[in-house]
Write a new protein. Structure first.
Length: 125
């Protein structure tokens, strides 16, 4: 990662959307083969109450693997990183927001940005 800055308090460590998109695109390289199926299953089956943003707007027919982060539901920060796959096509996406007036506002921002960025992806035929 090019933009990572370590803090001994892990929640204060810093990264960037660029680093996270690159990480998700290359995700399998970082997971031992024996654990890949489990890890991808976890990222593909995010519980409903944490399924906002890209989890609501991913095109049908695309495999979606994603993870979100949020500042205790305050809106202080709402982030998502994702990997989408269909056949041999892969793309990753990372959206970071901060200082939202509320968590709901941050979730809507993630959804709106993801919808606009994914608008050109067609559903599987």
């Amino acid at each position: 990662m090019r933009d990572f800055h370590y803090s001994s308090i892990w929640g204060l460590s810093r990264t960037s959307p660029r680093d996270q998109a690159r990480f998700m695109y290359r995700l399998e390289r970082y997971i031992p083969r024996r654990h890949r199926r489990f890890a991808l299953r976890q990222l593909a089956h995010v519980v409903g109450w944490q399924r906002w943003g890209i989890g609501k707007v991913a095109p049908p027919g695309w495999a979606l693997y994603f993870k979100g982060g949020w500042g205790s539901g305050t809106g202080w920060m709402d982030h998502q990183v994702s990997l989408l796959e269909r056949n041999s096509v892969r793309m990753s996406l990372a959206v970071f927001t901060s200082f939202n007036p509320s968590h709901g506002y941050g979730k809507q921002t993630l959804r709106g940005v993801a919808a606009r960025l994914l608008r050109g992806l067609r559903p599987a035929q």
